[in-house]
Design a protein around this ligand. Structure first.
Ligand code: TXA
Ligand code: MG
Length: 355
């Protein structure tokens, strides 16, 4: 008799990013209704989703990510009406302007939003994503979906389905693979319970865009600055590659020369060095720097945003122990890139990063 081998079905399926196949969306929605975990693309990064009102499912998110239970989750909603149902009072001005999109609004929570989701806080973070797969999944499931970025805690956020698989493997029931995400950095988290509203995390919607819509907003002190330990999501171990990150700021030519000097120094010490630079710097640096990843031309900070996390992962995989990075100015999307780079630089986490 020929033994039957149980064929392990893969937990990753390809889905069309623009015209998602309904059958895949239905499978994902069914899993969510049964306390399952589904990783799905958003326009920012991939999220690890579960039914936000199902405590057991939410607990599985924390376990899969190895996320500390003090760090609250973003709840994704299908529309403003769903947002209203989860909040005590939902001021809709910004949602009307920026949703669907990369803006997360922190508001006072409705009583039935579980403490597990908000880490015991009285506030909940809400966002309506723009990506067609996320939007269709929310509509099909008819549930609010709690979804942090689908990476292991502390690792760079996943901008491709492969990154999710790499970090979370089979602890996810299903990964919807729609290819690389559009923006590459996470949503802006804006706390509307403070006056003026405070940016807790800069992201896809810029400070300038917010201020044009509602007037002055403040930057939480830990943003793009010394990283506070206490604030939610302000963990210094966020977004970090294994390698140590060193930052270079200023005019392009000055940075290039400083990086060159540092790359030579590191090479002489036998350190495997990588760099995230712009195209114009390649001719100067490619003889001395072992691994180079370009984000595009100087000033293309949106492309930098799109590529940063993937570049961290690639340079790690190549074996870099130090990564020299251009630190962009804190304007527009540059503020978000800057924030992620500064957090990454703040936390050498492995033996590898020590040099
Ligand atoms: O773009 C994004 O926001 C992605 C996609 C998947 O939507 N999600 C994401 O989630 O980045 P996460 O969990 O990795 O980051 C959520 C951030 C954290 O900094 C968290 O502390 C903060 O939002 N946050 C969540 N709930 C909060 C709350 N009630 N009060 C203050 N901050 C909150
Ligand atoms: Mg995250």
């Amino acid at each position: 008799m020929i033994p039957t081998v149980a064929k392990k079905s893969s937990n990753i399926i390809k889905i069309n990013p623009d015209f998602p196949q309904r059958v895949h969306i239905q499978r994902a929605a069914t899993l969510l209704r049964k306390s399952g975990l589904v990783a799905f693309p958003t326009e920012t990064v991939y999220g690890l989703g579960a039914d936000a009102l199902d405590k057991a499912a939410v607990a599985r998110i924390f376990a899969a990510k190895q996320r500390p239970n003090w760090d609250p989750l973003i709840v994704h909603v299908r529309d403003i009406a769903m947002a209203r149902s989860l909040a005590k009072d939902f001021p809709a001005t910004l949602a009307e302007k920026f949703w669907p999109g990369p803006l997360t609004l922190v508001v006072e929570k409705a009583a039935h939003v579980p403490d597990e989701v908000t880490a015991g806080r009285p506030n909940v973070a809400l966002r309506m994503p723009h990506h067609p797969v996320a939007a269709m999944l929310l509509a099909e499931a008819g549930l609010p979906i709690a979804a942090p970025s689908a990476n292991k805690f502390g690792r760079p956020s996943p901008t491709r389905a492969e990154h999710v698989l790499e970090d979370l493997g089979t602890s996810v029931d299903l990964i919807l693979d729609a290819g690389p995400t559009l923006l590459g950095v996470e949503s802006t988290v804006l706390d509307l319970t403070q006056s003026p509203p405070a940016i807790l995390r800069p992201g896809g919607v810029t400070r300038e865009q917010l201020e044009a819509a509602i007037g002055p907003v403040t930057l939480a002190p830990s943003v793009a600055d010394e990283v506070a330990r206490e604030g939610p999501g302000m963990s210094p171990q966020h977004y970090a590659p294994l390698a140590r990150v060193e930052l270079f700021e200023g005019a392009m030519d000055d940075i290039a020369n400083q990086m060159l000097a540092r790359a030579i120094e590191l090479r002489n010490r036998g350190r495997h060095t990588g760099a995230i630079i712009c195209d114009e710097m390649i001719p100067l640096l490619d003889k001395t720097t072992e691994f180079i990843s370009s984000f595009g031309k100087w000033g293309e900070w949106d492309r930098y945003a799109k590529r940063l996390f993937a570049a961290f992962r690639v340079l790690d995989a190549q074996g870099a122990v130090v990564i020299l990075c251009v630190l962009p100015p804190g304007e527009g999307i540059g503020l978000a890139v800057r924030d992620r780079l500064q957090r990454a630089a703040g936390s050498p986490r492995s033996e590898r990063g020590k040099s």
